[in-house]
Design a protein around this ligand. Structure first.
Ligand code: ATP
Length: 196
């Protein structure tokens, strides 16, 4: 019997993608060596309580610049209504019935999994691959959630931090890939004044 192929899934708002995302994705793919890796930008992430600041097209463009060899999967962007991860997993399961699905996640999001829509159903569908976020331990959510940890130390950066810096006219060089920095400046995203 053939071994089911492993598919690594990395969901997020990526508003914008930053070096924390890039490092954790690279560490996870090096460690797991999945048959496929899909980056899944969120359409309308209900957990954030607001729509993304940048358009779907801009977030995809920045992801393509940051992770040029990765496959970007737009299924959440083409779906109406709030982005529930469980719906994404159901559609991936239908597409890849025999695959071993892994969901890459930061320790902060993982610890809050209990509050996600249909968390129990979701946890039965994937193995979580958890990366420790700076200043946050890996605290598993309640219930029987299967997870493994990838040990790496992504920089302690967040998209919120990037947006705040830009709105104050501060530099974000070194916090996002240079090509993303240039894209943000060229397209005047996130109230960019200029990037020193
Ligand atoms: P925001 O600041 O807008 O809330 P974010 O920086 O947390 O955004 P997301 O796109 O929401 O970025 O994150 C996608 C996934 O990546 C989440 O699972 C999150 O926990 C994880 N993640 C983001 N940044 C880091 C980081 N620096 N280290 C480890 N995990 C991270």
């Amino acid at each position: 019997m053939a071994t089911p192929s492993t598919i690594l899934l990395f969901g997020g708002t990526f508003d914008p993608v930053h070096n924390g995302h890039v490092d954790m994705f690279n560490a996870a793919t090096d460690n797991i060596k999945p048959a496929r890796a899909l980056i899944i930008p969120a359409g309308s992430p209900w957990q954030k309580g607001r729509l993304p600041f940048a358009s779907a097209a801009d977030r995809i463009a920045m992801l393509s610049l940051a992770l040029p060899t990765a496959t970007i999967d737009n299924r959440e962007l083409t779906r109406d209504g709030p982005t529930y991860t469980v719906d994404t997993l159901r559609s991936l399961r239908a597409e890849y019935p025999d695959a071993n699905l892994l969901w890459l996640i930061g320790s902060d999001s993982f610890s809050g999994l209990d509050s996600w829509h249909d968390a129990v159903v979701m946890a039965a569908m994937v193995t979580f691959v958890v990366v420790r976020r700076a200043h946050a331990g890996v605290v598993p959510p309640r219930g029987n959630v299967v997870f493994r940890e990838v040990v790496c130390a992504p920089p302690p950066v967040s998209s919120t931090d990037i947006r705040n810096r830009l709105s104050r006219g501060e530099s974000i060089r070194g916090l996002v890939p240079d090509a993303v920095c240039d894209y943000i400046q060229q397209h005047r995203l996130y109230n960019t004044r200029s990037i020193p």
